[in-house]
Write a protein that binds this ligand. Sequence first.
Ligand code: ADP
Ligand code: MG
Ligand code: MG
Length: 893
Amino acid sequence: TKYVYKFTEGNKDLKDLLGGKGANLAEMTNIGLPVPPGFTITTEACRHYLESGAVPAGLDAEIEANLKELEKSMGRRLGQPDDPLLVSVRSGARFSMPGMMETVLNIGLNDESVVGLATQGGDERFAWDSYRRLIQMFGKTVQDIDGELFEDVIDELKAAKGITNDLDLDADDFRQLVARFKEIVAEQTGKPFPTDPREQMTLAVQAVFDSWNAPRAVLYRRQERIPADLGTAVNICSMVFGNLGMDSGTGVAFTRDPASGQPGVYGDYLQNAQGEDVVAGIRNTVPLADLEKIDARSYEQLMGIMDTLENHYRDLCDIEFTIERGKLWMLQTRVGKRTAAAAFRIADQLVDQGMITLDEAVQRVTGDQLAQLMFPRFDDVAAAGDGVHRLGRGMNASPGAAVGKAVFDSYTAVKWSRSGEKVILCRRETNPDDLEGMIAAEGILTSRGGKTSHAAVVARGMGKTCVCGAEELDIDTKNRRMTAPGGEVIEEGDVIAIDGTSGQVYLGEVPVVDSPVVRYFEGEIDPASDQADDLVRSVDRLMHYVDAARRMYVRANADTPEDAARARRMGAQGIGLCRTEHMFLGDRRQLVERLILADTPDEQQESLDALLPLQRADFNGILDAMDGLPVTVRLLDPPLHEFLPDITELSVRVAVAEARGESHENDLRVLQAVHKLHEQNPMLGLRGVRLGLVVPGLFTMQVRAIAQAAVDRIKEGGRPRPEIMIPLVGTVQELEIIRDDAQRVLREVGEENGLELDFPVGTMIELPRAALTAGQIAENAEFFSFGTNDLTQTVWGFSRDDVEASFFSAYLEKGVFGVSPFESLDVDGVGRLIRIAVEEGRAARPGIKLGVCGEHGGDPASVHFFHKVGLDYVSCSPFRVPVARLEAGRAAG
Ligand code: ADP
Ligand code: MG
Ligand code: MG
């Protein structure tokens, strides 16, 4: 096996083997860009080392041979005393893992070669600065020494000299620092700092290998769902120096604005510095455009290279570069990260420029990005205006715009929101006890914790606006107040506004507007008109394309005519789940209660007769809103007790009445009945098809209402297409009984009206047993709809209503899963059952229609899976319909 590739031997498609950085360094080298020569040790070598604890046989020899060649081409040996070749040893995995692994610069320096470097570079200060950087980085990265120890020494020296800027340190200072740093290394490791250049390099390579398994890298991979066994490549790259004076420098650049997507010059530049200084933020960078004045020739060349890169990668690239005494060097490039809006704009622009096809363009945007563009937002103009007061800024943990009164504990959040107030829950950090308050609040603000903190994770899960880690705000929950860096004190009840997209926190209200993208989907903005900006036009163009490309239909979950109409405007091609439970609440609850508690068939019939016309009107409205499109109505599903009075309240009432000697016969009767029906585990109890089998007449009343509503619609000239869906079926026998009833009712109503009502009757697949016996079930079902919420619940044995609050945050933190299985389908477990049911269902009934109606129907990754297993449609909440359309189209591409 070949373990080492020269930059001239690799290319950008070898990311698995060379890592992202190595593959792109090779690519740049081969298209003729100025990359300092070097070579890459493969991820395969790393994997071998991590598995066996030793580098593979032959690796050392290969490195040696490549180093020799490098030295020959550079005309200098590594660490050569009078004119040293120096190299950097850089990590670089298949997927970018920002800041997770290590890089060591200036390998090859020691007490002799530092003199050579000074002579050749004509600058003592530079040479000793480079040397102390080596000891510092090597000590931290390779020898595991606490970086603070070095930083402290620098700070002490600066304090002693009364200076604050590193640029004011002179050659002698750096010489002193080198001496001190060497002492630190000796103290901490018990051995002198290694002065043999070759040994430095070997140790650095191993340290980079080892950094693959550093705890923070392991955690990061779990969270980002990056496989644990890929390993990292190691790049050995000859050093170029941005710290050789003011005609040298280092910078980062983007080929277009990663925030807006607009073309232009974006980046930062720092004179007289080495690469890591830019990110470390010790000194202030200047905007890249200023480089034109500093060094016009390098600037022109850089602009040319950026064009070359964009044309070559056919996408936005970000780059790292260094200028050494007026000579430009490229040190890194990759296809750059960008915001959601930029992603759509760039994809669209690149199509215009003829760089990519529409097919490629839709692969450059994601449903998550589209969802982000659909959150309401603060009015940009107002937020920038004088009337608005900024308090501070945190991390943009979960997008959206929220305005409300500041509250500092969960209890107050709940209490105030119950009385109709909008609140923002402000906490130092949140924990599971805050969940109720988080649910009640418009948004969540914390002063501690990052994007994976409890607040951030939970808020994103709930789709709630969250700004976290706003450390400049001092949140004092004890005294219920918060202090901003400007000195403003926000007391409980003061109105604040938080922007989860930018992380900004404002005092007072900031006007909120619907996102233009939503207004476009709602039909309020015509993409061809002046009202539409380029973002809306980009979205429109890509949506047209995916709608034509996708195989799956997209339906919505909706159970009111308004929701149905909205979903239709958003592009829904029917209703995949019309729940009927809300139709039994409010005033109608009494009727249901009477139905359940009825002593005689007559009493029962009375309740059913009262419910029938109400249900009929419900369905009429929905069928009207979805005229011509399928509407899957699910017969009543939730546990019976949800329709009965609360057991505790009722007991108290009975006890009080008893104590006062008042009459309470009816309450007592109800209480007894409620006791009888009480269940420990209602979600596994009397619900779904079981209700239909136990409560006589309930399901047939619903089917009759559907049939009559359809007849009404037909008589009015409509084209109703109801589908009757039976929930929670575990065995074909349950289904058979209810289906026979339903078909009989359809026949009866049809005959009464001289019509043939052959509406399909099907079932949900939401229990493991149903999936495993799908072949039998399919013989009696005209369609399946996968209820992936309950299926996830029953496959994992998780109670959906409880786990989020109790242990999911711990699971997410420990990386048991990267994302909740209720959010994104568990393909290995739940998905396997779906596969089985699809195969066996289709085998038993070739034309069977298959869809999904759980939350997963609007989740990007899950939509791809549903496409792959061959479902006919996905159904999701109206707001997610555009996301599902996009992802279904991308999946088909
Ligand atoms: P990261 O992945 O953290 O960006 P890099 O390997 O890119 O790590 O290196 C860290 C910094 O050092 C970057 O700014 C990079 O440009 C700079 N750097 C790396 N190798 C060299 C080199 N051979 N000469 C000059 N600067 C370098
Ligand atoms: Mg880098
Ligand atoms: Mg269900």
